[in-house]
Design a protein around this ligand. Sequence first.
Ligand code: TMP
Ligand code: ASP
Length: 240
Amino acid sequence: MENLTKMEQLYEGKAKKVFATSNPDLVIVDYKDDATAFNGEKKGTIHNKGIINNRVTNHLMKNVLEPAGIPTHLVEEISDRETIVKKVTIVPLEVIVRNIIAGSLSKRVGQPEGVKLGSTVLEYCYKDDDLGDPMVNEYHIVAMGWATKEEIDTIAKYALKVNELLTDYLKDLNIELVDFKLEFGKTSDGTIVLADEISPDTCRFWDSTTHEKLDKDRFRRNLGGEEDAYKEIMKRLLGE
Ligand code: TMP
Ligand code: ASP
């Protein structure tokens, strides 16, 4: 890796900061311990969450997804909380994949959490906090110009492949992948890559045997034990 200098902060989100670097095509993401839920209404801290989310995201992108042909923004982890990634324009969508009924789907269809879906469900939400990230479909996405038909087809194909790869990988660690949220970006040459993070903040991970929740739902629902749950995910995935 060339000698990169960390420069001015470009953006601060709810869970991460992004910094410019001396290379215009690369940025540094810096993961925080801040936790929010319900569009920022509930606020707290999960001790060392930033370290765990940084390391879990990079592990999954580097060792599970990239080798299987999913392009990601990952360039290089440079510290416990910081990673160099490709600078992308984020496609303004939350791409949600579901295997088991939980969360907002459980409420929307009036079915209990934990029921296995007959087939995989793919959902899109328009990323806009003021609007509460409303669900949209492919017609809205193309008509609004958030992505082209080709781009959304690529995103859907990658999201379903990520689901297969992560489900299989996690099964061996006795973790059930209930659902998760992905974000995609476009690099300066127009390539669609997986961006953002894949972590207990953005996935529902249940212990396969006990169905214990090992993710941010512990914080969202005031169940307690969120720090231990994040540590358990780190231990199962990274062995430490
Ligand atoms: P949901 O059931 O609340 O719609 O959440 C579906 C998945 O998306 C779940 O794994 C948690 C994740 N998620 C995020 O990553 N960010 C969010 O803001 C929300 C609401 C959900
Ligand atoms: N990203 C959401 C927020 O604060 C929280 C969630 O993951 O539920 O607002």
